[in-house]
Ligand binder design. Structure first.
Ligand SMILES: Cc1cc2nc3c(=O)[nH]c(=O)nc-3n(C[C@H](O)[C@H](O)[C@H](O)COP(=O)(O)OP(=O)(O)OC[C@H]3O[C@@H](n4cnc5c(N)ncnc54)[C@H](O)[C@@H]3O)c2cc1C
Ligand SMILES: *[C@@H]1O[C@H](CO)[C@@H](O)[C@H](O)[C@H]1NC(C)=O
Ligand SMILES: *[C@@H]1O[C@H](CO)[C@@H](O)[C@H](O)[C@H]1NC(C)=O
Ligand SMILES: *[C@@H]1O[C@H](CO)[C@@H](O)[C@H](O)[C@H]1NC(C)=O
Ligand SMILES: *[C@@H]1O[C@H](CO)[C@@H](O)[C@H](O)[C@H]1NC(C)=O
Ligand SMILES: *[C@@H]1O[C@H](CO)[C@@H](O)[C@H](O)[C@H]1NC(C)=O
Ligand SMILES: *[C@@H]1O[C@H](CO)[C@@H](O)[C@H](O)[C@H]1NC(C)=O
Ligand SMILES: *[C@@H]1O[C@H](CO)[C@@H](O)[C@H](O)[C@H]1NC(C)=O
Ligand SMILES: *[C@@H]1O[C@H](CO)[C@@H](O)[C@H](O)[C@H]1NC(C)=O
Ligand SMILES: *[C@@H]1O[C@H](CO)[C@@H](O)[C@H](O)[C@H]1NC(C)=O
Length: 550
């Protein structure tokens, strides 16, 4: 156990002092005092000075550091409120110092691991703030014998996959697809990929963690207790503390998997028959098979040279088994897909990840260590829904026809199947509640080249709102579900902490992500962070303190 001296009995007095301090001085003075506190609390030595991990706007590397993991260009630094400082700790004690000084000076902290938050919550805010950027805490240690690994929060999922593959091609981890995703954010919010139907979410496979809590203590599963350990696996760890590292369970994987990518035309009636069957069977079929389906418009030129816009149906899959078995299974389950052997490729599991990250099949495994995506991300907005009853044909037709209202290729609809292991795990096992009864996760996405034209941005945003609103009757209800790792501020945000119904207002967005698990998260938050130090636009609120009778 490591503590810094901040007895909770003094907390109230300290908070009072913080407020008087804020009133008595300008924000800039407070920032300066915070930074001075940091340089005092973090010891220098012969090879290290605290200044080397503090980036303020006058540091020439500030913008590079700020933007380097910004995955949604909508929130690049020029168009967004910027942090007054970025801290890149090399050691847990640096995080403890940042926590101590931010509490002392009333500064808001945003925690960033991989920076993939869809709404940019790890690196932007409407209030003055600094970023605690964990990029340099990224070590990974793998134990093939016990099939487990410790991975620090600032590692990417690609670095983890690489480390596992180097140890054994018969082991893997059921996380997300994009290799640049941070382990810190992803495992705190779920984590879904091509192996989830077989093994559950990334968060389902966390078996221990190291967390720094609001009092600056470094806790593990045993010392934090099962309630807090439950909360940080899917409830958004950043409401409860700073995850230093996760211990994860590695899963058995055949040395060869089979992938396919089949592109079909939506105008072909056979494709529509496939989708009708897909909606009913993709979540019921063999858990070795995960088939994603995406729809977007494309432009082509006919014989007369006229441009024609049509909708593509992009079907991609990973099967934990051989090509022969896959072809047999798909022929039986989804005959209308018309899958042919030439569309399928056998490869190692780690190669399948490289493939779906749009690298060639010949590149070295080390591409997974590169922290930049191999394609350009445009500004985007994404929303998600849970589908529990197949969408009627005419409704799906209408939804997809909305793709024509966007510029070619910029609107996107995707189906991501559930079932398999996901249906075997109870709704309250971890905070993530969407288990048995969910056929697939439906995503709406719009992306655009952001040139700062607000009118155009608003047109794109209203496209996605229109699609989302149109689907209201056909998706999960009471509450309408959403997936935390697909952060969406349009389902609601925290407003005013002093409002008597702060928690009730937060339950509007909170029950969409967590259903009834939201209330258990509130209870845990109330115990572990009663003064709401870890707060942001969608952090779990604590219950207000009980007032003593006057
Ligand atoms: C290109 C792309 C592809 C994606 N693909 C998938 C996918 O296949 N499957 C899937 O499930 N999701 C996917 N996602 C979503 C992704 O899982 C989430 O955005 C995830 O939260 C990102 O984690 P991060 O560490 O990169 O993000 P960050 O932006 O750093 O963090 C996300 C949230 O977690 C908090 N946080 C980060 N680190 C810590 C920590 N150490 N302790 C406490 N709180 C912390 C942050 O403050 C923030 O609120 C994708 C996102 C992108 C941009
Ligand atoms: C405070 O203001 C001064 C002068 O405007 C500026 O040089 C300095 O960078 C500011 N400090 C912070 C932490 O914002
Ligand atoms: C100096 O401090 C840094 C950061 O805390 C640490 O990583 C390093 O090991 C220290 N070096 C020595 C020689 O103590
Ligand atoms: C911190 O991480 C960055 C980016 O990953 C890297 O360039 C830098 O060398 C690292 N710094 C230290 C001190 O490890
Ligand atoms: C790896 O899995 C394959 C089956 O895909 C099996 O034949 C092989 O023995 C396994 N290797 C090890 C080291 O477990
Ligand atoms: C496709 O199905 C529609 C509706 O069932 C029908 O009107 C149309 O003729 C079919 N097209 C082809 C090419 O079979
Ligand atoms: C429709 O799709 C099926 C299955 O992929 C294919 O066999 C058939 O040739 C397609 N028809 C047309 C007209 O493209
Ligand atoms: C990392 O990937 C990006 C995007 O593909 C590429 O531009 C860059 O050269 C790569 N860096 C290294 C060191 O390979
Ligand atoms: C912004 O976009 C709108 C809609 O496309 C367009 O009408 C307008 O001219 C654009 N404004 C500028 C300054 O380019
Ligand atoms: C927050 O709510 C309190 C109590 O209702 C009110 O006094 C205060 O002005 C509100 N603050 C803001 C920023 O709206």
């Amino acid at each position: 156990m490591q503590y810094f001296s901040f007895p909770s009995s003094l907390a109230k007095i300290t908070i009072f002092l913080i407020f008087s301090f804020v009133f008595a001085s300008s924000a800039n003075d407070t920032h300066e005092a915070f930074l001075e506190c940091l340089t005092t609390r973090i010891p220098s030595n012969s090879t290290f000075t605290p200044q080397s991990i503090i980036y303020t706007p006058d540091n020439p590397s500030y913008s590079t550091i700020l933007d380097s993991t910004t995955q949604n260009p909508r929130f690049l630094s020029s168009s967004t409120r910027n942090p007054f400082a970025i801290i890149t700790p090399l050691h847990a004690s640096h995080i403890q110092a940042a926590l101590y000084c931010s509490q002392k000076h009333g500064e808001q902290m945003r925690i960033r691991s991989g920076g993939h938050d869809y709404e940019g919550l790890s690196y932007q805010s409407s209030v003055p703030f600094f970023i605690l950027d964990l990029r340099n805490l990224s070590s990974i240690s793998i134990d093939a014998k016990s099939k487990s690994a410790w991975v620090q929060a600032g590692a990417t999922i690609g670095e983890l996959y690489y480390g596992i593959a180097k140890t054994s091609l018969n082991l893997s981890f059921p996380g997300g697809v994009a290799h640049t995703i941070g382990v810190g954010g992803q495992l705190g919010g779920g984590g879904y990929g091509y192996s989830t139907r077989k093994y559950g979410l990334a968060s389902d496979n966390v078996i221990d963690a190291q967390l720094i809590d609001a009092r600056g203590r470094i806790l593990d599963r045993k010392t934090m207790g099962e309630d807090l350990f439950w909360a940080i696996r899917g409830g958004g760890a950043g409401s409860f503390g700073i995850v230093l590292a996760w211990k994860i369970r590695l899963v058995n994987t055949p040395s060869t998997v089979t992938i396919f990518e089949a592109v079909r035309s939506w105008e072909n009636n056979t494709t529509k028959k496939f989708i009708r069957r897909y909606q009913r069977r993709a979540s019921k079929t063999d858990k070795d098979l995960t088939i994603f389906v995406g729809f977007r418009t494309t432009s082509s030129t006919d014989e007369e040279g006229n441009e024609r816009i049509s909708i593509l149906t992009i079907v991609s899959a990973t099967f934990h088994g051989s090509k022969d078995r896959l072809l047999q299974l798909v022929q039986k389950e989804f005959p209308d897909l018309g899958l042919v052997s030439e569309e399928c490729t056998e490869m190692s599991w780690v190669r399948s990840i490289i493939h779906f990250n749009l690298f060639g099949d010949e590149v070295p495994l080390e591409v997974l260590l590169n922290r930049t995506l191999n394609f350009e991300m445009k500004a985007f907005k994404l929303r998600s829904d849970y589908v529990q009853k197949p969408i009627p044909d005419d409704v799906l037709e209408k939804l997809l026809s909305k793709l024509y209202d966007e510029e070619t290729g910029e609107g996107y609809i995707e189906f991501f199947p559930y079932g398999g292991k996901m249906s075997k795990i109870s709704e309250s096992e971890i905070p993530f509640p969407y288990r048995a009864g969910n056929l697939y996760n439906l995503r709406y996405m719009v992306s655009w080249k952001d040139d700062g034209n607000i009118t155009r941005t608003n047109m794109h945003l209203s496209w996605i709102k229109d699609a989302y609103d149109y689907m209201t009757p056909y998706v999960s209800k009471d509450p309408r579900g959403a997936y935390l790792n697909f952060r969406d501020l349009d389902i609601g945000v925290n407003v005013n902490e002093s409002d008597y119904d702060y928690v009730a207002k937060a339950s509007v967005w909170g029950t969409k992500y967590f259903r009834n698990n939201f209330y258990r998260l509130v209870d845990i938050k109330t115990i572990v962070d009663p003064t709401n130090f870890f707060k942001y636009e969608q952090s779990i609120p604590p219950l207000p303190p009980l007032h003593s009778a006057m």
